[in-house]
Structures are given as structure tokens and as C-alpha cells.
Design a protein around this ligand. Structure first.
Ligand code: HEM
Ligand code: HEM
Length: 467
């Protein structure tokens, strides 16, 4: 008789719990720095200043909340899709411990002012070494589980998972090449424009390999699980996957349009960014077509609502992104608040809504219980979407106004507005963003309360799932 597979779910619980802690810290800091922009007197030197807290916010958001939950779901999904137990639960438990230690080390060093001044790659070399060890442990465990799989077919989510593991490793190693001069200071191995080019090759592919590919792995797994019907086209998913991976790697220089890096590099980045619409929307359509005959579930199934809104924000994000990558449009919106509007539609809309759905699906199952309150899930959903839309829309309007003012010239060619005049006009929008952020924070509190009550209601020892 076939032996049931014993899945390692305790470590999944640990990763979900800790990613929630870091997600809460990220949003709390996000609200605080948005208040600091609106009321500069909230800057409390030397530690609690905008300059020190902003990178902690982005790191807690992308790495603590994002990567922490991707680790949870990669471990959960890989076991189910391969029908094999995790290769080494012991290693995974060590990984959880190291993950939290690394996030704390990262926050503490940034708070102390140690910063490589490379966005999303700010950590000094001792912390970077911890990140490398963490990633190697994680990758070995997942790759070995895939190698030892009992299910021959590789479902599309597994491709996205493997791409994340390889992609992040390559990007991180290349961009972190540095010469240490002390325990707390290093200099990049690249100089000048080359350094900027490598940084944004990393930066945009971090968007790809952290904020796009892992949520897609999760989306492709949880949408069919939530609706109960298969994905519309697995083949379309695989084609979209390979073209997405191929195209993303050329786009980083769209962050450096109109700079001294070679013109052809900028044009290449612009062209590939526009081409990215096709593989991105292939996944959006795959999601929508999977809903054929199932749209009623948007009303009845809270998980579906999160996932379909999430993929819709992804669709909007991947139309807005390519347009920002076009030289003329970039000249207008670059260096304005338009960009944080784009960023937070992606992080709060696409990434976080998808993660919320995955947590709502997974936690009750591994704790052997039901979600505590569906009305609270709905409240969470509407508060989150409202907060995010207020945030993004105020930033887009602010960005257009700011761009128009920065570009306005007098007949003799001099600037019509001083920089201070353009800045002061942003205050009402910054108040609006803070309000949106507070609503999003409230949504997160509702979410955490619901999850806490769900876990408290669980039977003392969780049931081991076998399929
Ligand atoms: C409601 C919650 C949030 C608020 C109020 C908030 C607020 C902010 C603010 C004020 C900035 C600085 C914008 C500027 O440079 O002018 C920022 C930047 C950023 N935040 Fe958030 N944030 C929130 C949630 C998140 C989450 C959950 C993530 C990640 C998952 C995230 C990722 C980022 C990133 C990547 C940037 C850098 C954007 C750029 O350089 O253009 N944020 N956020
Ligand atoms: C087809 C896909 C996409 C393209 C072509 C694209 C393009 C761009 C461009 C051109 C910028 C630079 C704007 C500027 O500073 O002038 C940007 C910024 C950014 N995008 Fe996207 N985007 C895409 C999808 C996404 C997605 C799905 C996310 C997920 C959250 C995302 C997150 C970000 C972030 C975090 C930044 C800010 C980087 C920084 O300056 O710190 N993008 N994107």
C-alpha cells in the first residue's frame, strides 16, 4: 500500500507568522514616513529620521513581508506539487531562524546609518553574506525536494519557484560585488555609470524576481485551488513564463533614461519593457479565462476576490510600467510622486492581495480549522483596496502636477517655479497618502485579528495533511 506523504507544515506556520510581523512593521513604518513627509517635525534625529526609516520600510516590505511569505508558500506549494515531503525540515527550521536574524541585522544596521546607498541592496557586506547563506539553504531544500519528486509533471508554479531561486541568486551576487574596507564599510566593485547600470539591472529584476515571479507562482497555485476549476491554459502559462524571464533581464536601464549610460542600452531597455506587456498579460488573461462560468465566485468566495483583484492590479501595473519606460513619458514623470503611486499599486495591490488570499487559504488548512470570520475577511478586503487606491491615485495626481510645475518655463527659457514652490504644493497629496496608509493599516489590523482568532480556535495539535 502507498504510504501517505507527511508534509512539513510547522515551518510554514512559522514563516507565515513572522512575515506577518514584518509586514506589520513595514506598513507601520510606511504610515510613519508618509506622516514625516507631511509633517517634517516628526523627524527625530539621529535615528528616527526619514532617511534612516525609509530603507527599513522598503526592506521590511519587500524582504520581511514579501520574501518571508514566499518562503512559506514555496515550502507549502512545492511539497504538494511534487507529492514529496520537504527534503530537510531541519534545514528549513534553521532557515526560519536565520531569516529573522538577518532581517533584524538588516534593520539594526540601517538604523545605525550603515548603508551602501544602493536602493534595495543597502546592506553592508556582513549582512549580505548572511543573505547569501540564507538563500543557498533555501534553494538547496526546494531544489532537492523537486529532484526527489513523486509527481513527474512540473506544474507551472514550480517553474516560477525555480526561476526565483536562480534569478535572485545571480542578481544578488553580481550587484553585491564589493571591496570591504572595514566591518561596516565597503565600496562597490563597479564605478560610475557602470555601477548605476548594474544597480538598476539588479533593481528592476528584483521587481521581477521578487515582486512578480513569486506572486505569480502563488497565483497559479491558489487560483485553481480556490475556485475548484483548473487553470485555463497550462501551455499559455509556460510560454508566458519563458518569455517573461527572457525579457525582464534587459529592462533595468529604463530606470536610467536620459542619463550618461549608452543610448543603445536605454533604447534596448525601453523596447523590452514594452514587449513585456505580452507575457504579463498572458498571465492576466489566464487568470480571467480560468474564471469562465465562475464569475459568481467573486461574490461568494472571498479568496477569489483577493486573487482576481490582485491579478487585475498586476495587469494595470504592467501597462503603466511599460508606458513609464518610454523616454518621453519618463522625462515627465521620473523624479516625481507618480513613481511611488506605481510602486504601491504593485506592492499593496498585486503582491499583498495575492499573499492575503494565500494565507487565508493555507492557515486554516494546516491548523485543521476554519477561518474565524468571513465578514471580517470582507472588511479587510474593502479597507485594503480603498486604502491602496487612495494612496496610488493621490500620488498619480501629485506626480502629474509636480511634473507640470517642474517643466514649466517662462518665455525666456527660465524655470517658472522654484523647487520649493513645487514642493509646497505637494502637501495636500501627502496628507491624502497618509490617510490612505492609515486605512490600509486598519485593514491589516482586522486581518491580523482574524488570523489570530482562527489560530486560537484550532485544535491543540494540527492535523497532518496528506494530499
Ligand atoms: C499603507 C502602507 C504603506 C505606506 C503608507 C507606504 C509609504 C511609503 C512612502 C511614504 C514611501 C516613500 C515615497 C517617496 O520616496 O517619496 C514608500 C516607499 C516605498 N515603499 Fe511603501 N508604504 C506602504 C506599504 C508598503 C509595502 C507593504 C511595501 C512592500 C511590500 C512597500 C514598498 C515600498 C517601496 C519599494 C518603496 C520605494 C519606492 C520608490 O523608490 O519609488 N510599501 N512607501
Ligand atoms: C511590465 C512590467 C513593468 C514595467 C515595464 C515597469 C517599469 C517601471 C519603470 C520604467 C519604473 C521607473 C519609473 C521612474 O523612476 O521613472 C518602475 C519603477 C518601479 N516599479 Fe515597475 N514596472 C513593471 C511592473 C512592476 C511590478 C509588477 C511591480 C511590483 C510591485 C513594480 C514595482 C516597481 C518599483 C518598486 C519601482 C520603483 C523603483 C525605484 O525607483 O525605487 N513594477 N517600473
Amino acid at each position: 500500500m502507498k504510504q501517505p506523504v507527511i508534509y512539513e507544515d510547522d515551518v510554514v506556520k512559522g514563516f507565515i507568522t513572522w512575515s506577518l510581523v514584518w509586514g506589520f512593521v513595514a506598513v507601520l513604518l510606511g504610515v510613519f514616513i508618509s506622516l514625516q513627509l507631511a509633517w517634517p517635525q516628526l523627524n527625530l534625529p539621529p535615528y528616527l529620521t526619514y532617511g534612516r526609516l525609509r530603507p527599513i520600510h522598503t526592506n521590511a516590505g519587500i524582504y520581511g513581508w514579501g520574501i518571508g511569505s514566499f518562503m512559506a508558500f514555496f515550502i507549502y506549494i512545492t511539497q504538494r506539487l511534487t507529492k514529496a515531503p520537504l527534503w530537510s525540515p531541519k534545514l528549513a527550521r534553521f532557515q526560519l531562524w536565520l531569516f529573522n536574524f538577518t532581517i533584524v541585522a538588516c534593520a539594526a544596521t540601517l538604523l545605525a546609518g550603515m548603508n551602501r546607498s544602493k536602493e534595495y541592496s543597502e546592506h553592508e557586506w556582513p549582512v549580505a553574506i548572511l543573505v547569501v547563506i540564507l538563500w543557498v539553504i533555501f534553494s538547496i531544500n526546494i531544489i532537492m525536494t523537486v529532484i526527489k519528486r513523486k509527481e513527474e509533471q512540473m506544474y507551472i508554479s514550480l517553474w516560477y519557484i525555480l526561476a526565483t531561486l536562480v534569478g535572485v541568486a545571480v542578481l544578488y551576487l553580481v550587484n553585491n560585488a564589493a571591496i570591504p574596507v572595514s566591518l561596516t564599510k565597503s565600496y562597490s566593485a563597479y564605478a560610475g555609470a557602470n555601477d548605476a547600470n548594474v544597480e538598476w539591472w539588479f533593481g528592476h529584476n528584483a521587481v521581477a524576481m521578487v515582486l512578480t515571479v513569486p506572486p505569480l507562482a502563488i497565483f497559479y497555485y491558489y487560483l485553481p485551488k480556490s475556485t475548484g476549476v483548473p487553470i485555463y491554459s497550462h501551455k499559455m502559462g509556460v510560454i508566458a513564463f519563458w518569455s517573461l524571464i527572457f525579457m525582464y533581464l534587459w529592462t533595468g536601464a529604463h530606470h536610467l533614461l536620459w542619463t550618461p549610460i549608452p543610448d543603445w542600452v536605454q533604447t534596448l531597455a525601453m523596447a523590452f519593457s514594452v514587449m513585456l506587456i505580452a507575457p504579463s498579460w498572458a498571465s492576466v488573461f489566464n487568470g480571467y479565462f480560468s474564471m469562465n462560468g465562475q464569475w459568481h465566485q467573486m461574490r461568494e468566495n472571498h479568496l477569489v476576490k483577493f486573487l482576481i483583484f490582485g491579478i487585475t492590479f498586476y495587469g494595470l501595473q504592467t501597462l503603466q510600467g511599460p508606458s513609464q519606460a518610454v523616454r518621453t513619458f519618463s522625462a515627465f514623470i521620473h523624479y516625481t510622486d507618480w513613481v511611488p503611486g506605481h510602486v504601491h499599486m504593485g506592492t499593496l495591490g498585486w503582491v499583498s492581495l495575492t499573499l492575503f488570499a494565500a494565507i487565508y487559504y493555507t492557515l486554516p488548512r494546516i491548523y485543521g480549522t476554519e477561518i474565524y470570520s468571513v465578514p471580517l475577511v470582507n472588511l479587510h478586503f474593502w479597507l485594503a483596496v480603498t486604502g491602496q487606491l487612495i494612496f496610488s491615485i493621490t500620488m498619480w495626481i501629485a506626480g502629474v502636477q509636480q511634473a507640470a510645475m517642474l517643466n514649466a518655463t517662462n518665455p525666456d527659457g527660465t524655470l517658472h517655479y522654484t523647487f520649493m514652490e513645487t514642493l509646497v504644493r505637494l502637501y495636500p497629496y501627502w496628507h491624502g497618502r497618509a490617510a490612505g496608509g492609515i486605512i490600509y493599516l486598519a485593514s491589516l489590523l482586522v486581518f491580523i485579528y482574524n488570523i489570530f482568532r482562527t489560530i486560537s480556535n484550532a485544535p491543540s495539535k494540527s492535523q497532518t495533511k496528506t494530499a
